[in-house]
Design a protein around this ligand. Structure first.
Ligand SMILES: [Zn+2]
Length: 162
């Protein structure tokens, strides 16, 4: 975003965490959360307190990029892209609140709502202290198929839509 100071270019552009370490920006969180290693994939975000259903938990922030730039960054091995609308994408790798570390699950406890250009993550149900936050990435069917390791009983085996 234009008002944010520019970060220096990460040494390994594939992994934004290599520059500053994965972090959670408390300016965008509404509950006590923690970033920690995840059994699902690399890092994950955990609730440090009980979160009631239908409450705002965190905003997904990052650099706002165009469709053309999204295509370019999409080819990275690791990416943190959230499609805002037909034209804009938010890249959580730059200026991300930490919401970009929320892993995919086929039975998620979090859902995203786009409100006036902001991506807000809400609890679907009560989330207990210690639970990992998860969201359904809903990757389209026509992009590269990514295997899912969420381990839930409804797992569709891929983080893409079937
Ligand atoms: Zn799954």
């Amino acid at each position: 975003m234009a008002s944010q100071p520019k970060r220096p270019k990460p040494a390994a552009p594939d992994d934004p965490a290599s520059q500053h370490g994965p972090k959670l920006d408390e300016r965008y969180t509404c509950f006590k959360l923690m970033l920690a290693e995840s059994a699902i994939h690399r890092w994950g975000i955990y609730a440090l307190e009980n979160i009631p259903a239908r409450r705002k938990i965190i905003e997904y922030t990052g650099e706002r990029i165009s469709r053309r730039e999204t295509k370019r960054r999409d080819s990275r091995k690791l990416h943190y892209l959230f499609t805002l609308d037909k034209y804009w994408t938010i890249d959580g790798a730059i200026g991300g609140s930490g919401a970009e570390y929320i892993n995919h699950s086929c039975e998620p406890n979090v859902r995203a709502t786009v409100l006036k250009g902001h991506i807000l993550y809400y609890s679907i149900r009560t989330i207990r202290k210690g639970e990992e936050l998860t969201i359904d990435y809903n990757f389209p069917k026509d992009v590269e198929r990514v295997e899912c390791k969420c381990g839930t009983r409804v797992c569709r085996g891929t983080i893409n839509l079937k």
